[in-house]
Design a binder for this molecule. Structure first.
Ligand SMILES: Cc1cc2nc3c(=O)[nH]c(=O)nc-3n(C[C@H](O)[C@H](O)[C@H](O)COP(=O)(O)OP(=O)(O)OC[C@H]3O[C@@H](n4cnc5c(N)ncnc54)[C@H](O)[C@@H]3O)c2cc1C
Length: 299
């Protein structure tokens, strides 16, 4: 049986690690999030005892993270609907989504960052990635083959880790169409105080950012769902002393979860999307994706 993994980001390489050597990597370029320093997404993997069978996570110790919700100028350490409902609504997600209650305010994580795990996996699967690149660039996906510019690779089963929008284009399916660009601002400031949190989810609707991550020292990454015409002016309204160290954006980065039909259409083609972008599901974080891959491995 010919089994393929689409994508060579973090989830694609984890799929290879978990599903095993009878799965063939079809690379699509590097991770949009973990190829940079600092990385452009959360850099932790929520801990699970069950993952001790994964070579690259085995024997890692556990560290604890704290997450707060910011509302009306205060930090709240409780994932009650008072905070999760406006936070979800602000991003255009269904505020009744059951997974909102999984946004715990304290949680254990593996003592390895996503970025360094990605580096390790890139080294480990270097030869397979190079072999995959020799098959050519993917042009189209039909019910039996992944067609490249120099040939085609037949398949019985596919695990896709590329963004759902991209898969929909290759496979000729209707994909999600809502704007979902994320703008990132790395800000150095002695006056941002997240009260010991790794991450704060920002609930106030009028603020154009939905998340702030502490990156170490006085560095903070602001995740924004709006573009600011004058970012200096915008941030000066609530931070006293700061410097914008870097800024960038990723189109289609934010999975808003309105694409179940496309996911179902993929499954009908024996293609199983795995990951937040691949499934268009914000809650498929790295840890949940690992869980899903382990279930796929066990049939
Ligand atoms: C704003 C945000 C918040 C997040 N919050 C959390 C969180 O709280 N906790 C957590 O654990 N995780 C979180 N994540 C999710 C986590 O970061 C992702 O699961 C992880 O980044 C997926 O990594 P990846 O490298 O496989 O993805 P990708 O970079 O999407 O890589 C997948 C593959 O697709 C390819 N690719 C990308 N774009 C295209 C395209 N247009 N066409 C073809 N191929 C393409 C890439 O090159 C790569 O080969 C968040 C992500 C974002 C964006």
């Amino acid at each position: 049986m010919k089994k393929l993994i689409l994508g060579s980001g973090l989830i694609g390489l984890l799929a290879r690690e978990i599903l095993g050597p009878d799965w063939t990597l079809i690379p699509f370029g590097r991770s949009r999030f973990y190829s940079y320093n600092p990385p452009l997404a959360d850099n932790f993997i929520v801990y699970s005892d069950a993952f001790s069978d994964i070579e690259t996570l085995k024997n890692k110790s556990v560290i604890f993270h704290k997450r707060g919700f910011s509302l009306a100028g205060g930090l709240i350490f409780n994932n009650m609907p008072l905070v999760t409902t406006p936070w979800a609504a602000k991003l255009g997600m269904d505020p009744n989504k059951a997974q909102l209650s999984t946004l715990r305010t304290e949680f254990p994580a593996f003592d390895i960052s996503c970025a360094s795990l990605y580096k390790t996996l890139l080294r480990k699967y270097d030869v397979e990635i190079r072999e995959g690149l020799k098959r050519g660039a993917v042009k189209k996906i039909n019910k039996t083959d992944v067609v490249t510019d120099i040939g085609s690779v037949p398949y019985d089963k596919v695990v896709s880790t590329i963004p759902l929008e991209a898969l929909a284009l290759y496979a000729g399916l209707a994909g999600p169409r809502r704007p979902r660009q994320v703008y990132y601002y790395l800000i150095a400031s002695p006056s941002v105080d997240l009260e010991g949190c790794t991450q704060v989810l920002v609930c106030d609707e009028e603020l154009g950012f939905f998340k702030v991550n502490h990156m170490g020292g006085n560095l903070h990454m602001f995740f924004c769902h709006q573009k600011f015409p004058d970012p200096e002016l915008f941030f000066s309204a609530f931070i006293n002393q700061f410097q914008i160290v870097n800024a960038t954006s990723i189109p289609d980065a934010l999975p808003l979860g309105d694409s179940q039909t496309t996911v179902d259409q993929c499954k009908a083609m024996n293609i199983t999307p795995v990951g937040d972008g691949a499934e268009d599901d914000y809650f498929m974080d790295v840890s949940s994706s690992i869980n899903y891959l382990r279930k796929l491995r066990h049939g």
